[in-house]
Write a protein that binds this ligand. Structure first.
Ligand code: FES
Length: 126
């Protein structure tokens, strides 16, 4: 069996920020081309700062843990800073992921990007 770090297990068993934000102003949905799993990310952005982030996923345990960690990392950050967070940053914050599970960590990162794009699109029209 692949080894998961204690942090991965903690975020998998007690995910932070799972659910949805009713008045989210940036929503991103992405699918993982490797496994077909889906992730939906809700962001509440005010004055360029991510005030809140929540996710829902049909992904595996590693996807849950990386999304949980990713939401913790981006809350309170400016959107430009949040876009600089890579899936490696997230995996490192979790003390690593088994290589076979690295693709799972792309879901959170891409969903955050998609949600920020959505926010930008909505705000350009105003
Ligand atoms: Fe699909 Fe991990 S196996 S997200």
């Amino acid at each position: 069996m692949e080894e998961y770090s204690n942090k991965v297990m903690d975020h998998f068993l007690n995910p932070r920020n799972m659910g949805e934000i009713k008045d989210a102003n940036g929503i991103g949905v992405v699918g993982n081309p490797v496994c077909g799993d889906i992730m939906k990310m809700y962001l509440k952005i005010e004055n360029n700062i991510i005030k809140d982030a929540k996710f829902k996923t049909f992904g595996c345990g590693a996807a849950i843990a990386t999304s949980s960690m990713a939401t913790e990392l981006i809350i309170g950050k400016a959107i430009e800073e949040a876009l600089e967070i890579t899936n490696r940053t997230v995996a490192e914050a979790l003390d690593g992921l088994p290589p076979i599970k690295m693709h799972c960590s792309n879901l959170a990162q891409q969903a955050v990007k998609a949600a920020i794009d959505d926010y930008k699109k909505k705000n350009e029209k105003k």
